[in-house]
Design a binder for this molecule. Structure first.
Ligand SMILES: Cc1cc2nc3c(=O)[nH]c(=O)nc-3n(C[C@H](O)[C@H](O)[C@H](O)COP(=O)(O)O)c2cc1C
Length: 409
């Protein structure tokens, strides 16, 4: 095993595959260097058809490498790079390199470096929408995600060739931010030193011993918030009704508390709110529960009368009184009058922010992997976050929380 370099600078392997967005990796390289990283570029042979290795060599901390063989200065380049890396980022990641990684192939320096490393790997896929939507691409990404790879989903926007849709490489600034947060590890992330309570999923209210009243919330947005907050250095208490898996890379810093009913959720939140820097109520908590739950109702007993009573309004309770520097974020799922209702809710419940989403829109809200939200405060609109993956929506929300916390420090 070659010795690991001892250096204060995080060592970033910047992998570049042969996609049209390879030119943006030059800017990413510049931003990573500016942020203090030691950057070693590795280009696939096809990437060099798009951008010359010389451009990367001129800007990087060491010469760009393009081949596993014939490297006169480093006889075993993949182990040198893999063992020294604090993080490997591949931007753009082509459909082809994603497939090679999913299949375990190591026929070039970039994939061989990934195999020779224990560092976290961030993939930034970029391709035309038709390619992005291919089941093979999505299946390969699911396999890699399950193995702990971090996937930064592409943006929806203008693509090479004049068309538009999902597949565009996210802007180099946001990639650089994520790479640095992962490279320097949790202690230096934007939420380091903070404990954040996040709720997720729809609650279930028992009608009788076997039947429940619930809602369509999948818990995806809350889980995405937990993942991003953990990557940003927070200790996360995730109070969730959803049994969805938590990504391997963050499982160790997220305390998962599984609950079922609104009453369970209330008890869990109240038990953890004390001392938390932020409470983010992304769960869809039932407004009503059933008065008495006894035996399983039988058809022969006739049509039952189900009496509902209100549940505790957890968000309103969190907003009461002096909560010190704690940032409180509510969610509002509406089908009409979205933004005014969210601003009014923010005022009434004394939140710092309310995240409003129009659940009547296709591709938005419950059960969808994507979301489109408007973040408001008690005064008005703070940010309109266009249609994107729930993880990127989480980045926008947590960005506001982190700024608020640093303003209150
Ligand atoms: C002009 C042009 C643009 C391309 N852009 C992309 C792209 O954005 N994403 C992608 O996955 N493949 C793209 N391809 C196809 C890849 O270049 C091709 O699959 C190549 O073998 C990728 O090799 P690599 O993954 O080893 O770098 C493009 C090809 C051409 C000719």
């Amino acid at each position: 095993m070659s010795p690991k370099r001892s250096n204060e600078q995080p060592f970033v392997v910047l992998g570049v595959a042969g996609g049209i967005a390879a030119y943006k990796s030059v800017e990413l390289l510049r931003l990573l260097r500016q942020a203090g990283a030691h950057v070693a570029p590795v280009l696939t042979p096809d990437a060099t058809r798009f951008v010359g290795a010389l451009t990367f060599s001129a800007l990087a901390s060491e010469p760009a490498r393009t081949t596993i063989f014939n490297d006169l200065t480093t006889p075993i380049p993949h182990t040198y790079l893999g063992q020294n890396a604090d993080v490997i980022v591949i931007a753009p990641a082509t459909a082809h390199v994603i497939a090679r990684l999913a299949a375990g192939l190591g026929d070039d320096l970039l994939t061989a470096t990934v195999w020779a490393s224990r560092a976290p790997v961030i993939l930034c896929p970029a391709m035309h929408t038709e390619m992005w939507e291919q089941p093979s691409v999505q299946e390969n990404l699911s396999r890699l995600r399950a193995r702990g790879y971090l996937i930064l989903p592409p943006d929806d926007g203008a693509l090479a060739g004049g068309d538009s849709g999902p597949g565009r490489l996210p802007d180099p600034e946001s990639i650089a931010k994520l790479v640095m947060a992962v490279a320097i590890g949790s202690p230096a992330g934007p939420l380091s030193g903070h404990r954040v309570v996040i709720t997720a999923g729809g609650t279930r209210e028992n009608i009788d011993a076997v039947r429940v009243i619930t809602n369509l919330s999948s818990g995806r947005q809350g889980h995405a918030l937990a993942q991003v907050a953990a990557r940003w250095g927070a200790e996360v208490d995730l109070i969730t009704t959803s049994s969805a898996p938590i990504a391997l890379d963050v499982a160790r810093v997220v305390n998962v508390i599984r609950v079922s009913s609104a009453a369970d959720m209330h008890e869990a939140v109240m038990g953890r709110r004390e001392g938390a820097s932020a409470v983010i109520m992304a769960a869809a908590v039932a407004d009503f529960t059933v008065t008495s739950v006894t035996h399983k109702m039988k058809k022969a007993e006739g049509i039952p009368a189900i009496e509902l009573i209100p549940t505790v309004d957890i968000l309103a309770k969190l907003g009461q009184g002096d909560r010190g520097r704690q940032v409180l974020v509510g969610f509002a799922a509406e089908t009409t009058n979205l933004v005014p209702a969210a601003i009014e809710k923010c005022q009434r419940k004394n939140c710092d922010f309310v995240v409003a989403n129009n659940v009547a829109d296709p591709h938005v809200g419950f059960e969808h992997p994507t979301n489109e939200v408007t973040i408001v405060d008690a005064v008005g609109v703070v940010e309109v976050v266009g249609l994107r993956d729930k993880e990127q929506v989480a980045v926008a929300i947590l960005d506001k929380v982190a700024s608020k916390l640093s303003g209150r420090a």
